[in-house]
Ligand binder design. Structure first.
Ligand code: NAP
Length: 254
């Protein structure tokens, strides 16, 4: 029982972990004793994040690749499996926004977001699951959003992608449970990162978040690490296909 929540010595790949929520989840796993792989498209940002975490005495490696590029993903997953170790836990966190009113949204804005926030999870999970299936073990955690449940103007591409990701999570749980691969999701609420800076910089939106969220504050990236560690540990070994919303209670009063 004492190791119920342990993730010690697990190899954990967190996509999009050079900053923001991914960085805090990666840092949380590493602080709990995991070996963590830091990812992003910018090699410079990945290096900077790795340097910081190494200076804290944590076990991390950097691996820059674009999660929307199937050939790059295949090559880099193979590299991780052969040089760092078997991926025990995959956190599909990388994501982007391209905001525009629906009637003005371009095909490029639509496609970019669906590719980065939904298709990438199919690409990376398939590449990692190939190895997890042979081992009959694995945990996959998809970072969705409150916007998988509730829409907001100017982010129809994002809402569609995250709603799709909620169902992809259930599909992965349904098809890969027989291989002892457990797939769940975390749906963050309003968290202070670069992605939400345009919103937190807007005084009326900032006031709206603080008045609507029962905890009366924005979430911090560190608020997500606990749920991710729980979903990777023995403590959650019969939980498969669910989403945990880490939103300060916002969804409770929608
Ligand atoms: P962020 O601060 O903008 O960080 C995004 C991370 O993803 C960066 O490390 C970025 O690195 C990486 N990334 C983006 N596209 C990538 C690609 N194609 N391949 C590899 N890495 C890529 O974002 P965040 O706020 O932490 O959000 C993280 C996740 O949480 C996203 O899925 C987002 O939708 C979700 N989420 C966030 C909030 C929130 O309030 N912040 C709420 C709900 C859900 P590079 O720039 O180097 O590529």
């Amino acid at each position: 029982m004492k190791d119920l929540f342990s993730v010690k010595d697990k190899t954990v790949l967190v996509t999009g972990s050079s900053r923001g929520i991914g960085y805090s989840i990666a840092r949380g796993f590493a602080a709990a004793g995991s070996v963590v792989l830091i990812n992003g498209t910018s090699g410079e940002s990945v290096k900077k994040a790795v340097k910081q975490l190494l200076s804290e005495g944590l076990r991390v490696h950097g691996i820059a690749f674009d999660v929307t590029n199937p050939a790059e993903v295949e090559k880099n997953i193979e590299k991780i499996e052969n040089s760092v170790g078997p991926v025990d836990v995959l956190v599909n966190n990388a994501g982007i926004h391209r905001r525009a009113p629906l009637e003005d949204m371009t095909m490029e804005e639509w496609n970019k977001v669906v590719e980065a926030d939904l298709t990438s999870v199919f690409i990376v999970s398939k590449a990692v699951a190939k190895y997890m299936i042979t081992r009959r073990a694995g945990r996959i955690i998809n970072i969705t959003s409150l916007n998988a449940e509730a829409a907001r103007p100017t982010i129809a591409n994002y809402c569609a992608a995250k709603g799709g990701l909620k169902m992809l999570t259930k599909s992965m749980a349904t098809e890969w449970g027989k291989y002892n691969i457990l797939t769940n999701a975390i749906g963050p609420g309003y968290i202070l990162t670069d992605l939400t800076k345009p919103l937190s910089d807007d005084p009326s939106f900032d006031a709206w978040v603080k008045s609507e969220v029962p905890l009366q504050r924005w979430g911090q990236p560190e608020d997500l690490a606990g749920a991710a560690i729980f979903l990777a540990s023995e403590a959650s070994k019969y939980i498969n296909g669910h989403t945990i919303y880490v939103d300060g209670g916002w969804q409770a009063c929608l």
